[in-house]
Design a protein around this ligand. Structure first.
Ligand SMILES: Cc1cc2nc3c(=O)[nH]c(=O)nc-3n(C[C@H](O)[C@H](O)[C@H](O)COP(=O)(O)OP(=O)(O)OC[C@H]3O[C@@H](n4cnc5c(N)ncnc54)[C@H](O)[C@@H]3O)c2cc1C
Length: 802
């Protein structure tokens, strides 16, 4: 062992081994992996080794697809067998809603490039898996690229392939302490001290402690998980091949062949956390006693689904643990505020996702940015709130127990909530507000007319449809009041504030007393933010964006900060309300002590609103004239009351974000995570409209210019009018032209005030032509759609500016 390495990877499970391999593959060979015991000694040795291509998140699906492709490669490269059995796989639906969802998911998979799957009838599925009972099943989906691997062989294959490329690993070497140094990290092990630039926490079940060694609280916890391996099944002895990997969604089980028996794994409804502070250091390659009482219901489902199990015994029980984050996705990337400390933790399906995680992290470390959009697994998608133990217990438990439970798009899940509420929350609840959650914050969805109203979970338009419609019409016809605590706000000050903003934003900066839409780009010219910059005219600047990106954006700002600039996240100090609609000016004029009502479009300034010292901006996301009134947290209740009283004669109505989403679609306004992501460019999304090409250097300029002056983007964002009857597009549905897939929906919904279903979609540039007749799948059914001019409501923006 040397005393210096460029990188030390802590943990020799499948994830650490993959990180080591990818670092070496991308050219960093001065790297070592330290394993306290032997390779695989955490969760990895006893995993079921299942791999499958399907994931509803396209970025996770891409990561899984990469891993599956890689497996055969590392087997070849290392010479180590990984025992790959590509049996193909079935996912079975047992309720009408689930079958509808599966048909809809199938279309989404097509959209995101998973071509090797198809819907199958129950008969076909049972022919593919003859030990499966058809009882209660309605249909299924087949995918070619599913199967399983030998877990120990796979970890060793990564490690051997890494070694062949110049990396190294040491077993029986435990990391005991970490200290940040000027150059990077001092890694104290039981075999001596190593200095390095970067450390990677890939400690799996021990990730919590390895985080705490550097003062980091990772939002993750291990949970227990069972599978059984049956004795030999006579029917399988006679079968020439193997049964496919089969997931029975309504039964909470997955099954694959194991020798001439089967492995039946269970997602446990009554989940059990284990070692929330990380596994004990004394924990070896052990298993827990099986807890059949706890999983009785799922076992009964499994034994009924595969009746042959009733005829043979259980050869082995495995009850082991693996780690989960609150949303079940990995926690990957640079840990905010800890230079050179990288997370590769909470990888729930290491054999399926480990390859992609290793690639992403290695690219990030070596090139500064991963190639693909890594938001879905970025460690910075959580803030400090997620370090809370109860939050972790509730959210990881909810994810685990609901792993195979169908979640409807309009369903609000309870775990970890309510956590943060804006001060007017209780008064709004009394007024009928129904809440969703963004990051840690409760955000208003809509206001129910009666306390008895219950929104039914559905894939289609819900029974809240008319309520949201009325809120939209209230905004277009009068004035709506929206709690905008769920926007992020960052204050930028200091002598170099303006120069810094000018460098990191691609737009022109606003003059004093003005605000401006500002795309922020990465060095590669892809989007990093759809922000609004405010110049308050007193040396203070604000950046406003999406609330749930707070930790992610702050990491970016801090990592790119200049001397003489201070940036502060105002998310715990400032909140507010917006007024929008033709009568909004009349309302603000009644309460403002100064000429706030006279602010020009995109003007901003400090005003006294009643007795509140507020910062007001003349803008809205609805396409109507509007004012965003930012106040201190302590003023929120009074501000709401005052605006409601002042607006009573104007028919003011409180509205929620569901209305805002409908109204912004009628204006073709994009939002982050839908129309704008790190994977997209300004040219694709129309963000190039806001770029100040003539202003000189800014981050991402060369790449953006190359897109502008080159062949242009391959796909462009368009607005579609969809001939949909009882459901609307929601995202990632395929867009077709004469049976050829030409794009996908980024978001969709009903335009309540125009009475039409709309979608925004990224389509091949040649198809992005007004009047083009296309089609879109909506909840599994193909619907006619045509490209229309952007902003079907008030295309000239007169209402907004007027
Ligand atoms: C019953 C069961 C079934 C599963 N089935 C599947 C499946 O079908 N498909 C799938 O993809 N996944 C499955 N998994 C999940 C899979 O096991 C995990 O996703 C994967 O093993 C995580 O790998 P890892 O490298 O992150 O962590 P681990 O395997 O836990 O590895 C972490 C390593 O770090 C080492 N370490 C920790 N601290 C230190 C330190 N201080 N110094 C040095 N070394 C340290 C540990 O000894 C350990 O070897 C299953 C898990 C279980 C429990």
């Amino acid at each position: 062992m040397k005393s210096h390495y460029r990188v030390v990877v802590i943990g020799g499970g499948v994830v650490g081994a993959s990180v080591l391999y990818h670092l070496a593959k991308l050219g960093w060979t001065d790297v070592c992996l330290l394993e306290r015991s032997v390779l695989t000694a955490g969760s990895s040795w006893h995993a079921a080794g299942g791999i499958h291509a399907l994931n509803a998140d396209p970025n996770m699906a891409a990561l899984q697809a990469y891993t599956i492709d890689l497996l055969a490669e590392i087997e070849k490269e290392s010479g180590q067998s990984i025992g790959l059995h590509m049996t193909g796989g079935l996912t079975m639906a047992g309720t009408p809603d689930r079958w509808e969802w599966l048909q809809s998911a199938y279309r989404v998979f097509q959209s995101i490039g998973i071509e090797d799957c198809r819907l199958v009838s129950v008969e076909e599925a049972c022919a593919l898996n003859p030990i499966m009972s058809p009882d209660g099943l309605l249909g299924g989906m087949w995918a070619d690229r599913e199967g399983y691997v030998d877990t120990t062989g796979t970890v060793h294959a990564y490690a051997i392939a890494a070694k062949k490329r110049g990396a190294t690993y040491f077993e029986h070497t435990k990391v005991e302490a970490l200290e940040q140094t000027a150059e990077g990290w001092k890694v104290v092990t039981d075999k001596g001290v190593i200095h390095c630039e970067h450390v990677v926490n890939a400690a799996g079940l021990w990730a919590k402690q390895v985080g705490r060694m550097a003062g980091i609280e990772l939002p993750l916890s291990p949970l227990k998980h069972h599978y059984l391996i049956s004795d030999t099944i006579p029917a399988l002895e006679e079968m020439p091949g193997e049964v496919p990997m089969t997931v029975d969604l309504e039964g909470f089980t997955y099954l694959r062949q194991d020798q001439k028996g089967v492995l039946l794994g269970i997602y446990e409804i009554e989940h059990e956390h284990w070692a929330m502070d990380g596994a004990p250091w004394s924990y070896g390659m052990e298993l827990f006693q099986e807890q059949t009482d706890r999983i009785e219901k799922e076992l009964i489902c499994g034994f009924e689904r595969y009746p042959v199990l009733q005829e043979v015994g259980v050869k082995t029980w495995v009850n082991g643990a693996f780690t989960f984050s609150p949303d079940g996705n990995p926690l990957v990337g640079p840990v905010p505020g800890k230079r050179g400390y990288w997370s590769a933790c909470a990888v729930m399906a290491g054999f399926l996702q480990g390859g992609g995680v290793g690639k992403t992290l290695a690219e990030w470390m070596i090139h500064g940015e991963p190639e693909a959009d890594a938001w879905c697994m970025d460690v910075a998608r959580y803030g400090a709130f997620a370090q809370n133990r109860r939050y972790i217990r509730e959210t990881t438990g909810q994810f685990y127990s609901r792993r195979f439970v169908m979640t409807y798009p309009n369903e609000q899940l309870p775990a970890g909530r309510p956590l943060k509420t804006a001060p007017a929350h209780d008064a709004m609840t009394a007024a009928g507000c129904r809440w969703g959650v963004s990051w840690d914050l409760e955000v208003p969805l809509y206001f129910a007319p009666s306390p008895d109203f219950v929104e039914t979970p559905t894939l289609k338009r819900s029974n809240a449809f008319d309520i949201v419609g009325e809120e939209c019409r209230a905004v277009r016809g009068g004035v709506g009041l929206l709690d905008i605590s769920g926007f992020s706000r960052y204050e930028v000050t200091g002598p170099n504030a303006e120069a810094w903003l000018d460098r990191i934003m691609a737009s022109k900066l606003p003059g004093p007393g003005r605000a401006r839409l500002a795309p922020m780009l990465g060095r590669d010219g892809r989007l990093k933010g759809d922000l609004t910059v405010f110049n308050w005219g007193d040396g203070t600047w604000w950046i406003m964006g999406s609330y749930y990106l707070r930790a992610w954006h702050m990491r970016w700002f801090r990592d790119h900060l200049d001397d003489g600039v201070q940036i502060r996240d105002l998310g715990e100090e400032v909140c507010g309300f917006s007024l929008s609609g033709p009568r909004s000016r009349a309302v603000i004029e009644r309460v403002a002590e100064g000429p706030a009502g006279d602010l020009p479009f995109m003007g901003c300034g400090r005003f006294d609103i009643g007795m509140i010292r507020a910062r007001v901006a003349r803008m809205s996301v609805t396409g109507e004239a509007g004012y965003e009134i930012n106040c201190r947290m302590g003023d929120h209740v009074v501000l709401r009351r005052m605006l409601l009283e002042a607006g009573a004669d104007e028919g003011i109505r409180e509205v929620g974000f569901n209305a805002l989403l409908s109204l912004r679609l009628e204006k073709s306004f994009g939002i982050w995570s839908r129309e704008f992501t790190q994977a997209y460019t300004p040219g694709m999304t129309g963000m190039d409209r806001w770029i100040a090409w003539d202003k000189g250097a800014f981050t991402g300029r060369d790449a953006a210019l190359a897109e502008r002056d080159g062949n242009g983007p391959a796909q462009k964002l368009v607005t579609l009018e969809v001939d949909a009857a009882d459901a609307d597009a929601s995202g990632y549905e395929p867009v077709w032209k004469d049976g050829r897939r030409v794009g996908f929906v980024t978001s969709g919904g009903y335009g309540h005030t125009l009475g039409k279903s709309f979608a925004l979609a990224l389509v091949d540039t040649a198809e992005a032509v007004e009047g083009n007749d296309l089609s879109v799948h909506v909840v599994g059914v193909e619907r006619a759609a045509s490209v229309i001019a952007p902003s079907p409501y008030d295309p000239e923006g007169k209402a907004m500016r007027g």
